[in-house]
Design a protein around this ligand. Structure first.
Ligand SMILES: N[C@@H](CCC(=O)N[C@@H](CS)C(=O)NCC(=O)O)C(=O)O
Length: 211
């Protein structure tokens, strides 16, 4: 039995939806981030970085949302969350999942939490604007890839990288121009959002698809 430590709408969205895709039994444990639950000793014992999500697998914690997604894809090959090793689709899946987690996801943190990076409140809007600009550049390139090589990030093969994309798409809902304002990105995210597993995740977290 897996145990997923999550907070609604957080980086746990992708691992949570991936768990739903596997059909494996799991327990959801909500971390109250407002109350600092992610910085309490009992949570830090699982994830010393004090960040959400963490998945307990066979009694041992694993963190980093993308790593959890890849691990679930590996442990449940029958769920079809990753293309077969040795294929071109596999290379694209790895490329885009790693890109999503280390490039736009990090920039979203600057957009959501400029105060983590700056002491001067007056300049926070500048950092947010810069982060938003960078995120749009990234999504322009994702759009170009999906237009020529979609509908999924790995071409014809759905993968957990697409779930990750849908999570980041949702995170842009507070932007003046959300990133789903691109037809191929929107199509991919909509295909993910329509999956029963993703719908179950939304319902369990008490959150909505943003449009
Ligand atoms: N690289 C981590 C980032 C996770 C992350 O940023 N989680 C946020 C919630 S969405 C969090 O825990 N923030 C609290 C903090 O960083 O102190 C991952 O992908 O799992």
């Amino acid at each position: 039995m897996y145990k997923l430590f999550y907070s609604p709408g957080s980086a746990a969205i992708a691992p949570h939806a991936a768990l739903e895709e596997t059909g494996a039994p799991f327990e959801l444990v909500r971390v109250d981030m407002q109350a600092g639950g992610h910085k309490r000793p009992e949570y830090l014992a699982l994830n010393p970085h004090g960040r959400v999500p963490t998945l307990v697998v066979d009694g041992a914690p694993v963190y980093e949302a993308a790593a959890i997604c890849m691990l679930l894809a590996e442990r449940h090959p029958e769920a079809g969350l990753a293309p077969r090793p040795g294929t071109r689709a596999r290379a694209l899946y790895l490329q885009w999942l790693v890109y999503l987690t280390n490039t736009p996801q990090e920039r979203f943190l600057q957009w959501f939490h400029p105060d983590w990076f700056l002491d001067d409140k007056a300049v926070e809007p500048m950092l947010k604007a810069g982060a938003e600009k960078r995120i749009h550049g990234m999504f322009d390139r994702i759009e170009a890839h999906l237009v020529s090589g979609g509908p999924w990030l790995a071409g014809d093969a759905f993968s957990v990288a697409d779930i990750y994309l849908a999570m980041l798409v949702r995170w842009s809902r507070g932007m003046a121009r959300p990133v789903w304002d691109r037809p191929a990105v929107r199509r991919c995210a909509d295909l993910v959002a329509a999956r029963p597993a993703f719908q179950r995740m939304l319902e369990a977290e008490g959150i909505e698809w943003p449009y």
